[in-house]
Write a protein that binds this ligand. Structure first.
Ligand SMILES: [Zn+2]
Length: 94
């Protein structure tokens, strides 16, 4: 078992938080500031965490999704496309 195993995992330590597909999403100062903005989330400093993104949707939908991420409000979770960060690290070292 890797040292990155998640204590909130339901699958033997594997979790979105230790998957290569997860990224952090930062706030932006202009979010929600427009007069007609309907979306009122993510306003703040770029150093402030807004949520999490999952890049796994890039694997589907062809070119339309090749640079897409899906927003997640939670750090922890699981899906069948989980790929542990420590495996990627081992592969990069070889
Ligand atoms: Zn986790």
């Amino acid at each position: 078992m890797s040292d990155t195993k998640c204590s909130e995992s339901i699958v033997d330590g594997e979790c979105c938080c230790n998957c290569i597909h997860q990224v952090r999403i930062s706030c932006h100062p202009t979010n929600g500031k427009g007069k007609f903005d309907k979306i009122k989330v993510g306003q703040g400093s770029i150093l402030e965490l807004m949520g999490y993104g999952c890049k796994v949707c890039q694997l589907f939908g062809g070119d339309d999704n090749k640079d897409a991420i899906m927003f997640m409000d939670k750090k922890h979770g699981m899906c069948e496309l989980h790929y542990p960060k420590d495996i990627k690290k081992e592969n990069e070292e070889n």
